[in-house]
Design a protein around this ligand. Sequence first.
Ligand code: URA
Length: 430
Amino acid sequence: MIAQEVIIKKRDKNELSREEILFFVEGVISGKISHKQAVAFLMAFFINGISPAEITNLTQIMTETGFKFDFSKIKRPIIDKHSTGGIGDKVSIILLPILIDLGISVPMISGRGLGHTGGTLDKLESIVGLFTSFTEDEAYTMMEKNNGFIISQTENIAPADKIFYSLRDECGIVDNIGLIVSSILSKKLSEDIQGLTMDIKVGNGAFMTSLSMAEELGSKFMDFAKHANFPLTIVYSDMNEPLGKMAGNWLEIVESIDFLKGKKVDNRLKDVTYESIIQCVLLSGFELDREEIILMIEDSINSGRAYEIFEKIITSQGGHIENSYEYYKNTQEFSYIAKSSGYIQYDTYQIGLANYQLGYKNNPGNLIDYSAGFEFNFHSGDFVNQNDEVLKIKGFFPEKFEEISSLLDKAITFSDIEIEKRSSIIKVVN
Ligand code: URA
């Protein structure tokens, strides 16, 4: 077999066999197949579509040609949750210690912010001293000690995905549903998990802006689950406004800590977090109903155990929570005031871009300003009076606040007509 043969077959709209995909993926990893050929292969998939069998094969082969954890010594259910990304989405950070407390182990390989969305690894790295890059041996040790971790993809996990992903990013081939599904799942299957809850975000702050687009993605995940006999639940959740009160790396850690300590809890954030935990517990095989799981979540928080586990995990990954509060205590803030009255509505995509601009771009030394972000006072559909403080802009570089404020003028509108308040959970499919 030669690479050109495989590319031509897909170029001519024929389905590739498992052997052909395996040949190609192995060739890319070994370097026998060039990156130019890899782009042609990916572009052929992008243009001509990927069949359910091709998605299953590509996913499994990308996992199998890399390192796969073996957690057979851990006598607890091993489950994970993954989100397609949004603004203010700190659910993974809150869910992990609670699931661990409920008897489930969670080996979470997570990602960074993509485009306008935030990333769990970036949020965690706002904690002073914390790192997310570990070897597989270190990950095993954390799993034995803590029953969980949140780390980045190692060099050896799904190495073909690592190469494909950067080529897709470089060549405009990211937004293809089949490639997204196989990329996400190839890493998740490396975790040796027994089930996965996928939180597919829908709305103007998500990659899937409409429910029909999100359902198309969801159906591809489900096709894989059926083909591979893999337990999967999909939670479709709303991303037409930021999730929770805070958006920004350190700010989201603060909101997560408050949640885990039972202090301040935003109801929309609570709904998505609880639903995700419930679905993970149902996948674990524990014989519990929703009401019992909710009581267990609340006990985990109110007893202090959830926060204790969170702190243990953060410490194991090098982080210092107290030092972080000290480090961020001089964060500057600016009140963004409503210029008129009305029912508030967010263009969440624009909010995400403004947040990116505030924290990631054009900082001295081009470093990420982890203190940067927004603290919201209103939900979409709330009535706001002229001169109310809509939100606080925060960060270490106040010279940026005026510019960000004018970006927010385009992202936030006030309507005379009442706007329907959306529930944060759209539906659950399994
Ligand atoms: N996240 C991934 O890991 N892969 C994609 O293709 C998109 C999002």
